[in-house]
Structures are given as structure tokens and as C-alpha cells.
Design a protein around this ligand. Structure first.
Ligand code: XMP
Length: 525
């Protein structure tokens, strides 16, 4: 059986975002969806639009290349022939300028951050994107090249105080291009501009809302599963729990069985907590697979992060497959895979490298004995949370910090053993409980402890100690693609450090990770 059926998309029309490798590309699609417009992202060099998707507008993303350099990503021919409104952003603007006879040059000074743009009167169809009030607005720039000469068919619609061309519009067609990034929250009028582009230029209704999403996804599930029986891999995380809830809504309890794999790599008391919470869903069948011995045996002696991830991803699927084999009534495997996982794992775009193989995507064997049903394959995490609330799941579950598929294995640097997992579980439990007690749990988007492979000298009472180190990580983020450091009070952090050292035997030092993403990733492996 082929896993191809999961590719059916939840909406068949919308805006297509062509990716040229910008760190903000996914943010463009998210902003559009927040506004109520369905959008998808594809590699900016693809030779045709995706089949089955009615493209009603195109946005060209930014990117790290320079259009005048050999080997830089080019605008595919079909884009200009397609006759739908186009919005070029940063590198996307430079591509439009270059292909229309204008000139792009290396800017004398690389601009990064806030800039002030004033709007100029323009008359082309896309000039509606640049209303004259407010005449000045803050925009977010991130570019090394700028426009030396605009093409003859275009007019300037916005300029910075330093006379850098910030926005242009085509004189005849609904095409606009921006040097700045409207998708970044610091661009004051950015969301308004994207909304006007979608509604006025592309004539799209704002139809991608909570109810529409649930209805579309239920239809999608019913189409894919038919009268089959789904095995849902539940982890207690938001994505898999909402997947299970949605499958139940779409198919009813007779066609859905939740299976929870106890890998031994979960948070403290997780199995009990999850089993309890899943009852809320009205599930008739919940199976807990006791697989920890298998996971610990296979992970013995393994320290390399990618190897750990591959082993865990593979074992997960094997465990579920073995269970399914014992229960031949199952036809499908339900998973909570998200859109960013799919894009990051696919590594599409020459500049977008595979950073980590996410276990729910990279670990899949080519041929599954079960068909996949992944209703969130096209969705962002905040959309999944909204769906969860729409389905009536408790806030406590929906607003839980994300937890990675490979579990604590990627938070234990070096070999994963039962003893090291127990140590980390305890330290993590102290940290998370303290966040909850001090009403700080919702400050970070994600918080956890990491066990480091180093020992250091300490002193407890009158004795010298030589023990292990815990790193605390707490980040702010909206989707995990980029992250800041959560500014937890130092007094709180030192209290947590005291508690961990007092309660967790074997730890004598606690450090706080102050690295943003990029350059670091959120997880340490
Ligand atoms: P990174 O470490 O890539 O993490 O900055 C971004 C977000 O993804 C989570 N994460 C995973 N989630 N399977 C998952 O389901 C995985 O293999 C995986 N790896 C990382 C991570 O916890 C963070 O929220």
C-alpha cells in the first residue's frame, strides 16, 4: 500500500508562496492563514504549480542569493505567464525587477532591522496595497542588495528616508514588490498589506477559519479512511491528541483506536497523565505498548544525535506495525505531523538544508503496511491548537509545551541509559513543576532540562563533589522555527537550581541556556 493518500490538501484554492530560502518564508504562509486565507509553500524553482491547487495569487519569498550572481535561484517562466496577482518580497522583488529589465546591485550598506518608509502616490492596480494614510510607516528590512533602476513598466510606491526603493507596483498588472518584509510583525502595516493583496487583488474570501478547517479536515479524513480503521499514535502531545480528537469526530469511536507507546524516554509520570487525559476524548480503545526495554537495548552505546533519531523513529513505526499486524482490522496509521516538519524534513530549496530528521517523518520506511492519515500535514501548530479548542479539548492539554518525538533521548547528550533518563526526568519535573507553581509556565513557549555529558567539581556540606550538570532551556517562539530566550527571573532560576541539586542525586551544577534559534536549535540534538 502506498502512503500517497495523505497528500490530499484541506483546501484546493488559495495563495502559493514560492520559497527562495528566506528564514521568513513559512511566516508568510502563517500570516495569510491567520488572516483567513489558505496558502501553501513550494520550492521557488519548481517548473509548474502543484497539481490540484487552484492558484489565485503568488508571493515570491525573500532569500539569501543575489540575482546577479551565477547559480542564483531564478524565477520559473510560468509565474509571469500565469496571470494572477503577484507580490515579490525582498529577493522576490529583485527577481521581478531583473526579469522586467530593471537593475539590482549590492547595497552600499546592508540594511537589517527597522526602517521608515513613506508612501508615494502610484496608479497601477496594485497601488491599493499602499494607501496614502498613514504616509509614514515602520517596515522591517533584511537585505544586502537593492534596486539601482526600476523597470520601465513599474512605478515607485514607497521609499525609505535614505531614498532606498522600498515598494514598486506594475503600471498595468496587479503586481507589486517590496524590499521589506510585510510578514514580520515589526512591519506596522504588513498584515494589512497581505490582507489587501489576498482580498482585493486576488479576490479571495476570508474562508480559512476555525469551522472551515474542522469541516475540511473531517472531509479529508473521511475521504482517506472510508470505512477503514485507524490506529492513532498518541504521545500526549498537542498534535497527536488533537489528531485523535479530530479522527474521533470524523469517524466515530468504532473506527479509531489510540495506541500510546511507552518508550521509556518520556517525561516523569507521563504514561499515567496521558492515559488519564485521553479519557476526555471519549476514546473506547486505548492501548499502552510497554516498549521501553526494546528502546533502551537498541540505544545502547549510541551517542550520535542523528543515529538516535533514526533508531527511535524506526522503532516507533516497527512497534506500531507489529501491533497492527496482531490486529489486522487496522488499515490506517494516524499521525500528528505538522507542515513545518514536512517542509524541514523535505529540505526543499537549495538553501534549505535538513537540520534534523524529525522522527515522525524521517523515520518512516518507504513502504508502510498501513496507509497514513495525517490531517495536519498542511497545518501550523497554532492552527492545530485552535482546532483542539474548537473540538472542546481542555486548555491544560492544548497549551502544553511541545515535546519532541524522540523524547528525552535528544535531551541526554551522549548515551541514553535508564539511569540517565531517570535523572533527567527528575530534574525536568522539578523545573516544570516550579514554573507551574510560580505561574510562569506560559511565559516560555517550551521549557525543559537537558543532561550534559560533563562532570564538574562542587562542594556540599564539607565534602567535595564531582557530579553531572543539568542545563535548563526555556524559549519564546510562535512555531519553533525561530526562538528567543525566555527571560525568567534570575531569583526563580537560582531557586530551581537549588531544588534540583537538593532533590536529584548526581547533579551538582545547573546552567541556563541563553542561545537563540538561530544560531542554535531549541533541542540540543
Ligand atoms: P529544534 O530543536 O529543531 O526544535 O529547534 C523545534 C521544535 O520541534 C521539536 N522537535 C521535534 N518534534 N519530532 C517532533 O515531533 C522531532 O523529531 C522533533 N525534534 C524537535 C522541538 O521540541 C521544538 O519544539
Amino acid at each position: 500500500m502506498s502512503p500517497a493518500t495523505h497528500m490530499t490538501r484541506p483546501q484546493t484554492h488559495g495563495i502559493l508562496v514560492l520559497d527562495y530560502g528566506s528564514q521568513y518564508t513559512l511566516l508568510i504562509a502563517r500570516r495569510l492563514r491567520e488572516i483567513g486565507v489558505y496558502s501553501e509553500v513550494i520550492d521557488g524553482r519548481c517548473d509548474r504549480p502543484p497539481s490540484g491547487f487552484n492558484v489565485q495569487g503568488i508571493i515570491l519569498s525573500g532569500g539569501p542569493d543575489s540575482v546577479y550572481e551565477e547559480g542564483s535561484r531564478e524565477l520559473p517562466k510560468w509565474v509571469m505567464e500565469f496571470k494572477v496577482p503577484i507580490l515579490g518580497i525582498c529577493y522576490g522583488m529583485q527577481l521581478l525587477v531583473e526579469c522586467s529589465g530593471g537593475q539590482v546591485r549590492a547595497a552600499t550598506k546592508r540594511e537589517y532591522g527597522r526602517s521608515s518608509m513613506h508612501t508615494l502616490k502610484a496608479s497601477g492596480p496594485a497601488s491599493c496595497l499602499f494607501p496614502l494614510t498613514p504616509v509614514k510607516q515602520t517596515v522591517w528590512m533584511s537585505h544586502g542588495d537593492d534596486i539601482a533602476k526600476i523597470p520601465d513598466d513599474y512605478e515607485v510606491a514607497g521609499e525609505t528616508d535614505d531614498h532606498v526603493v522600498a515598494a514598486i507596483v506594475h503600471k498595468t498588472y496587479p503586481i507589486a514588490a517590496l524590499q521589506y518584509h510585510p510578514e514580520v510583525a515589526h512591519s506596522e502595516q504588513g498584515a494589512n498589506l497581505l490582507k489587501t493583496f489576498a482580498t482585493e487583488l486576488c479576490q479571495l474570501p476570508l474562508s480559512w477559519d476555525g469551522k472551515a478547517r474542522v469541516d475540511a479536515l473531517c472531509r479529508h479524513i473521511q475521504d482517506v479512511v472510508g470505512s477503514g480503521h485507524v490506529l492513532v499514535a498518541c504521545s500526549g502531545g498537542v498534535d497527536s491528541t488533537v489528531t485523535a480528537a479530530l479522527l474521533l469526530k470524523a469517524l466515530g469511536p468504532e473506527q479509531v483506536t489510540a495506541v500510546f507507546c511507552d518508550t521509556g524516554l518520556l517525561r516523569k509520570n507521563e504514561v499515567e497523565w496521558v492515559s488519564e487525559k485521553l479519557k476526555v476524548l471519549g476514546l473506547r480503545h486505548l492501548e499502552v505498548l510497554r516498549s521501553s526495554s526494546l528502546f533502551f537495548t537498541k540505544l545502547q552505546g549510541i551517542s550520535e544525535p542523528e543515529e538516535k533519531r533514526k533508531i527511535i523513529g524506526g522503532l516507533f513505526i516497527e512497534e506500531f506495525e507489529a501491533y497492527a499486524k496482531r490486529h489486522p482490522e487496522f488499515t490506517h496509521l494516524g499521525q500528528g505531523t505538522l507542515y513545518p516538519d514536512v517542509i524541514e524534513s523535505a529540505g526543499h530549496g537549495a538553501g534549505a538544508k535538513v537540520i534534523k530528521s524529525h522522527h515522525n517523518v524521517g523515520g518512516l520506511p518507504d513502504k508502510l503496511a498501513l496507509k497514513l492519515v495525517e490531517p495536519f500535514r498542511w497545518l501550523f501548530k497554532d492552527e492545530v491548537r485552535t482546532i483542539g479548542l474548537e473540538l472542546g479539548l481542555p486548555e491544560e492539554l492544548i497549551h502544553r509545551h511541545p515535546f519532541p518525538g524522540p523524547g528525552l533521548a535528544v535531551r541526554i547528550i551522549g548515551e541514553v541509559t535508564r539511569e540517565r533518563v531517570a535523572l533527567l526526568q527528575e530534574a525536568d519535573h522539578v523545573f516544570i513543576s516550579a514554573l507551574k507553581e510560580h505561574d510562569l509556565y506560559h511565559i516560555p513557549w517550551q521549557a525543559f532540562a537537558v543532561l550534559l555529558p560533563i562532570k564538574s567539581v562542587g562542594v556540599m556540606g564539607d565534602n567535595r563533589t564531582y557530579q553531572q550538570t543539568i542545563a535548563l532551556r526555556a524559549v519564546t517562539s510562535s512555531d519553533g522555527m525561530t526562538a528567543g530566550v525566555a527571560e525568567l527571573p534570575l531569583s526563580f532560576l537560582t531557586r530551581v537550581s537549588d531544588m534540583i541539586i537538593r532533590r536529584v542525586n548526581g547533579i551538582n551544577r545547573v546552567v541556563y541556556d541563553i542561545t537563540t534559534k538561530p544560531p542554535a536549535t531549541i533541542e540540543w540534538e
